[in-house]
Design a protein around this ligand. Structure first.
Ligand code: NAD
Length: 283
């Protein structure tokens, strides 16, 4: 039997309804309108689309949104002075620097400049450290969304074997830590893993965050597994995931589609992180 679909669009719609209600309550009870500022350096077309979608998401749920667009040759000092300005702006509760930055800029230094309480991407070292130690902090949006989707299966995750393919700081590593918090036994695979399929075939939960279209094939998946496809790959103008969806869905019990899966949830979780940053603000 084909896998059940974990539909990011439907989940996002219901979560955005909840966010809208909480935004309205915050406005009414405390006079706070949650605000998100996005800094975009240069004119990478994919980044421009992501930034536009983030602004649209904010408007949809009644949040304040601001986009700071800087030219591709912006120097580090200018980028950091913009971050400082937003750190000090009371209308802004969340700041996001759209990655990747042009090569001459120091990404780590820029992320470190954002106040940890306004770091709605969860990339600041303090938030990364909190996730590592299990303390309450900001959780990166994509893994947070993926984890939400996994929980929607209703399956008890304790003791399940989760395999994450990919070890990036923004997806693979935080995903592995979240699964560990859910008491899964976690294996992290990457480009130097030897015998990848031997690991993936043992996964009750398989998360693919590789960046290669159709990379995960049916023979790599344990029958009945939950398969979460984080990949966003553009092939001949079409958006495709890391998973060979049509074939793998015949083996899996639950699967996320691309588009309409994890990607949809990422912006919703960004809105959640911004809302929570505003709710935490002392007045
Ligand atoms: P990345 O390039 O930083 O990391 C890719 C990872 O894949 C690396 O850790 C690498 O070791 C691993 N890898 C590469 N080739 C491999 C191989 N042959 N076998 C096993 N592992 C291999 O990418 P990222 O930023 O983590 O993103 C991964 C994918 O997720 C991309 O397609 C990206 O576009 C997508 N993404 C989606 C969202 C979303 O909202 N859905 C958000 C962020 C990233």
């Amino acid at each position: 039997m084909a896998a059940q679909i974990l539909d990011g669009k439907t989940m996002s719609e219901s979560l955005r309804k909840e966010i809208t209600e909480r935004v309205q309550a915050l406005k009414k009870n405390r006079g706070i309108i949650p605000g998100l500022a996005v800094i975009l350096v240069g004119n990478d077309p994919a980044s421009e689309i992501y930034v536009r979608n983030k602004g649209n998401g904010c408007r949809e749920v009644g949040m304040y949104s601001e986009t700071v667009t800087l030219p591709a040759d912006t120097v580090q000092e200018k980028l950091e002075s913009e971050i400082d300005r937003l750190n000090a702006d009371p209308k802004v509760h969340g700041i996001l620097v759209q990655l990747p930055l042009p090569g001459h800029l120091d990404e780590a230094a820029a992320l470190a400049r954002i106040l940890p309480e306004k770091d709605v991407d969860g990339f600041h070292l303090l938030n990364a450290g909190k996730l590592m130690t299990g303390a309450k902090g900001v959780i990166p949006c994509t893994p947070r969304g993926a984890m939400y989707m996994i929980r929607q299966t209703g399956i008890d995750l304790t003791g399940k074997h989760a395999v994450v393919i990919g070890r990036s700081n923004i997806v693979g590593k935080p995903m592995a830590l979240l699964l560990l918090q859910e008491n899964c036994t976690v294996t992290v695979c990457h480009s130097r893993t030897i015998g990848l399929a031997e690991f993936t075939r043992k996964a009750d939960i398989l998360v693919a965050a590789v960046g290669k279209a159709g990379f995960v094939t049916e023979d790599m998946v344990k029958p009945g597994a939950i398969v979460i496809d984080v990949g966003i790959n553009r092939v001949d103008g079409k958006v495709m995931g890391d998973v060979d969806f049509e074939r793998v869905r015949e083996a899996a019990s639950w699967i996320t589609p691309v588009p309409g899966g994890v990607g949809k949830m990422t912006i919703t979780m960004l809105l959640f992180n911004t809302l929570e940053a505003a709710e935490r603000m002392e007045t």
